[in-house]
Write a new protein. Structure first.
Length: 345
């Protein structure tokens, strides 16, 4: 009862922002519900500066609902199918993820970008956009302004990629009788699922390929999503050791204390899905949980928008955008180079 009294108002506000954001995101998938929710939250907080009793529920939503959304993502992943069909793209995925993380690490010092922002932009660019940022933010204790900054940067390059990549693919001479080459390209070089879907669907429409490109691109994209697990685990260990060294935690380094439990639940959810589907359970059974995960991410983004400092975001926007651009270009170039080496196109 105390929890409800303390948090209900803030959770309700985030829920009410999430509903229209989710519906608008369905109508405009290139933009997506999370971006609409975070922008709506930022606009509202410009006028609603004193949140009073709603503040606690908003903070709870930005943390706990976000972690719950990541756990539910696991129910959309059949590990066996993803690994089997993603073998072709695995070397490209490893190369692009490594490229983005290295660029983010190098440019963090050159551009003097805050550490958490550079990590979120690097992870979001290399793995799966908003979902990777959602999983990484609690692990590195990123604040809502840093999350909002990273989401905004990722969104900007998502839209560019969704529009530009089909044109680029045609100019580079990708096979137009099969969707495999462009599907691998879209799945490895575009970071967010909504933009991957938009670009792949456009390519299918351009060359009358049905859903061949889309199927390939989404499978590759889901394979990339698996990288959330090792990346967040490594980051949690690094952060925990750093905190122990700086005296921010009591006692010696503890793996149990460092391990992000919601990632463990994410793995368990993926394993449950894999086992059930291997026993003949339809993927449609897990569809409501996948949809709920997307809605929870939108709710959490609304909360993050409500907690963001818009003025600070605008003032510090240039360097993170340059960082995001560098990661995006690096990923695109490496993806194309790897596909050429592997004779995919």
């Amino acid at each position: 009862m105390n929890f409800i009294q303390k948090n209900f108002k803030g959770i309700l506000v985030c829920f009410l922002i999430a509903i229209p954001s989710w519906l608008i995101g369905k109508a405009f998938p290139v933009i997506g519900g999370p971006v609409i929710a975070i922008l709506a939250g930022m606009v509202i907080t410009c006028f609603w500066t004193e949140k009073g009793t709603a503040e606690s529920g908003i903070k709870w939503t930005s943390k706990i609902i976000l972690q719950t959304a990541v756990v539910l993502l696991g129910f959309g992943m059949n590990l066996g199918v993803i690994l089997q069909t993603g073998k072709q793209s695995l070397p490209i995925i490893i190369s692009t993820i490594s490229t983005s993380l290295i660029i983010a690490w190098l440019l963090r010092k050159v551009l003097n970008v805050p550490s958490n922002t550079s990590i979120l932009v690097g992870v979001g660019s290399s793995i799966c956009g908003g979902s990777a940022i959602a999983a990484t933010a609690p692990v590195i204790d990123a604040d809502d302004t840093e999350v909002a900054q990273a989401i905004s940067v990722i969104f900007f390059f998502n839209v560019i990629a969704a529009v530009l990549f089909p044109v680029l693919g045609n100019a580079l001479g990708f096979d137009t009788t099969s969707g495999n080459a462009f599907g691998v390209f879209a799945g490895t070089a575009i970071n967010d699922t909504s933009s991957v879907t938009a670009a792949a669907s456009t390519w299918d429409s351009m060359w009358d390929l049905g859903s061949e490109t889309l199927n390939t691109a989404v499978t590759v994209k889901l394979t990339r999503t698996l990288a959330i697990i090792p990346i967040t685990l490594v980051l949690s260990l690094v952060r925990a050791k750093s905190d122990a060294k700086d005296g921010k935690t009591s006692g010696k380094f503890s793996l149990k204390r460092a391990f992000p439990m919601f990632i463990l639940y994410f793995i368990i959810a993926a394993v449950i899905t894999t086992v059930c589907m291997s026993l003949g359970v339809s993927a449609d059974v897990f569809a409501p949980l996948k949809e709920l995960s997307k809605f929870f991410i939108i709710m959490a983004m609304a909360a993050i928008g409500l907690n963001s400092n818009v003025v600070k975001l605008v003032k510090s926007g240039g360097k993170p955008i340059l960082l995001g651009a560098s990661c995006w270009v690096g990923i695109t170039v490496v993806s194309l180079a790897m596909q050429h080496i592997m004779h995919i196109w």
